[in-house]
Design a protein around this ligand. Structure first.
Ligand code: NI
Length: 426
């Protein structure tokens, strides 16, 4: 009997550990915190920095986290920051990630805190803008760190905050921010049990949450095909091997990898050629042509099969014309997979944060995220948070990465609530 009572007590204890009550104190601080969050976001928005050049952003984040009383590692992966908050109660180690970099886009949005910053990018002077919402991600995670610090003694487990640079890729080629962070073994000490992140969506209603279960966002591979033929006079093409003609055949046939070779009922696949360069004038058949493009997949095997097909196809088409083709494929992100069990456990917490009617399962997205690298090391989940103003239609929203990109700030606090609820309800 004693044993049974002890067992029941243990069961009650462990279930309350798994489902700790979110402290009421937090509800009281949210209004004030929201004001701070929006201030931070506006400052970051007006002062954006490009990938791996987030010097001031990184320092600002590190200083803020220190002022909250968190233990901070800085710099990590050149310009990134990690903070650790050990709770007063037992529980898992939870990682939450925000990306902090901006893009080479000149802002056009009519807002008082619009960016006027310029920088050098690939030898060109460009405008710099938070045109993907990473300023919001950063401010939301700072606010989450602040909120959780206020209830540290009640916090179950440990929370590790990852402020990641260069999500938009390494401007000099090579590994981007997530890969660089992971090379520094950032998920090993303490060992992360599960990872969360959010991404703003300009076309999703403000304050709503959407997430896909399983494959959520696509892998991104950049490919370069160099066709080498033989130059000749444009009036006598039979004297040469025309690399432009061969390129045209390759480009057309690449689409048959999608339409004829891939089982699209399993997952989507996208191949886009974004650049074709060859030749200088009308009557010279050039020696070479260069095709550059991007491949997006939502299934790892389909991705690898598409790689093999591209190599085989380019080589065979070139050979049939007496040319050669070399194919180079560089991976910038993997498929972002939302762990299905983690999503199921997260659902009630997200519903508490946003309201049950405001949380939806959404289809996969062919855009990509380097959060996928964190997902290789622990079960992970990335959800989308809406920033589309009330009364606007999704198709009216300026796309991410464009000069008119705009986010409604009134939903940002839902991001904080969501992370808090996820931490308190494991
Ligand atoms: Ni982004």
């Amino acid at each position: 009997m004693k044993k049974l009572v002890a067992l029941i007590a243990l069961a009650v204890l462990s279930s309350s550990m798994l489902n700790a009550q979110t402290p009421a104190k937090l509800t009281k601080i949210y209004p004030e915190l929201e004001t701070k969050l929006i201030e931070w976001r506006r400052y970051l928005h007006a002062n954006p920095e490009l990938s791996f050049a987030e010097m001031n952003t990184g320092k600002l984040i590190a200083d803020s986290l220190k002022s909250f009383g968190l233990s901070v590692k800085y710099p990590v992966a050149k310009t990134g920051v990690i903070a650790i908050l050990k709770g007063g109660k037992p529980g898992p180690v939870i990682g939450i990630r925000a990306d902090i970099d901006a893009l080479p886009v000149t802002e056009r949005a009519p807002i008082s805190f619009a960016s006027k910053v310029t920088a050098d990018y690939a030898g060109q002077k460009v405008g710099v803008m938070h045109a993907c919402g990473h300023d919001a991600h950063t401010a939301i995670l700072l606010a989450t760190a602040y909120a959780l610090k206020q209830v540290q003694s009640q916090l179950p487990g440990t929370v590790v905050f990852f402020f990641q640079p260069a999500e938009e890729g390494n401007p000099n080629g090579g590994p981007g921010g997530a890969e660089t962070m992971l090379k520094e073994n950032v998920m090993d000490d303490p060992k992360i049990d599960k990872m969360y992140a959010l991404h703003m969506s300009a076309a999703q209603p403000v304050g709503t949450i959407g997430y896909a279960q399983g494959a959520a966002m696509a892998s991104a591979d950049m490919f370069k095909i160099v066709v080498k033929g033989k130059g000749s006079h444009g009036s006598m093409p039979w004297g040469g091997v025309d690399p432009i003609m061969v390129s045209a055949q390759i480009i057309q046939n690449l689409q048959t990898i999608v339409s004829r070779q891939s089982n699209l009922t399993k997952a989507p696949l996208v191949i886009s050629v974004g650049s074709l360069h060859s030749g200088v004038r009308s009557n010279i058949i050039p020696e070479t042509a260069e095709i550059v493009g991007s491949l997006r997949a939502l299934d790892e095997q389909m991705r690898l099969d598409a790689h093999a097909s591209m190599r085989k196809m380019a080589k065979a088409i070139a050979e049939s014309a007496g040319a050669t083709a070399t194919v180079e494929i560089n991976t910038s992100t993997l498929v972002t997979v939302n762990d299905v069990d983690l999503c199921k456990k997260a659902a009630p917490a997200l519903a508490r944060a946003a309201g049950a009617d405001n949380v939806k399962i959404i289809p996969w997205i062919t855009g990509s995220e380097d959060f996928s690298y964190f997902g290789q090391k622990a079960p992970a989940m990335l959800f989308m948070l809406g920033g589309l103003p009330k009364g606007k239609k999704p198709e009216e929203a300026a796309p991410h990465h464009t000069p008119d990109f705009y986010l409604d700030e009134s939903g940002f606090i839902v991001g904080v609530r969501a992370f808090v609820e996820l931490v308190f309800n494991q």
